[in-house]
Ligand binder design. Structure first.
Ligand code: HEM
Length: 196
């Protein structure tokens, strides 16, 4: 019998981030999990974008792209607030998306539906800071790394020559690809595909 069999859990915000990981962890240990998410469709879309759908030893796993971006905040703050908003494509004071943002704005470059096929991914980035600098630890989960790679190509201007304005004040300094294995019913990692 699994560790949590017969027990029921309600996980709020269970379609993204820590909530989603918690829900998966509880289910992996045999718990019955109810996910309280803002929308069922959103929850399903996150699972479809972030997890491999099928394949022996592959289903439920996730491919992960991690990049450490280093910001030069002196450059960023050398711009006026409207210029900063234009670089991101979102208004800092209201957090609203700007429909008329320049084509170079990050949000315009990265709108997932504007790719063919759409470049959906599940992002879970974290800020970082040391005495030597600061920036964003970018993390994206996908059923493959394809969406991430296509988006990065467009951000770099390799598709149409338009470079993402993020590069004005930030740049990736390290990066790597990882694979998160699926979980077995007993909550342990399923490493079959690696022959383990
Ligand atoms: C310095 C690094 C980065 C910063 C500061 C940054 C910041 C942001 C911000 C502020 C947003 C809008 C709010 C949101 O939807 O979360 C956003 C959206 C997004 N970013 Fe980034 N981002 C960075 C790097 C990347 C990279 C490397 C990728 C992928 C290759 C990426 C993909 C996306 C996507 C897919 C969206 C949502 C776009 C949509 O509305 O569909 N970002 N980012």
């Amino acid at each position: 019998m699994s560790e949590l069999e017969g027990r029921t859990f309600l996980v709020t915000g269970g379609n993204t981030g820590i909530g989603r990981a918690t829900a998966a962890g509880l289910a992996g240990r045999g718990g019955r999990v109810w996910i309280a998410a803002r929308s069922r469709a959103k929850g399903e879309a996150a699972v479809a974008a972030g997890l491999v759908a099928s394949g022996d030893g592959l289903a439920g796993s996730s491919f992960v792209a991690v990049q450490r971006w280093a910001h030069d905040l002196r450059v960023f703050h050398g711009h006026t607030p409207p210029q900063c908003d234009d670089m991101i494509g979102r208004r800092r004071d209201t957090n609203e998306e700007m429909p008329d943002a320049p084509a170079t704005s990050h949000v315009k470059r990265s709108t997932q539906e504007s790719y063919d096929p759409p470049a959906f991914m599940v992002r879970r980035s974290m800020p970082w800071a040391t005495t030597a600098g600061q920036g964003l630890e970018f993390i994206a989960y996908g059923h493959s790394l394809d969406a991430f790679e296509r988006m990065l190509r467009r951000m770099c201007g390799l598709e149409d020559g338009i470079v993402d304005a993020l590069f004005v004040f930030s740049r990736p300094t390290t990066g790597g690809y990882y694979w998160c294995p699926p979980l077995k019913n007993d909550g342990r990692l399923d490493l079959r595909i690696l022959g383990l």
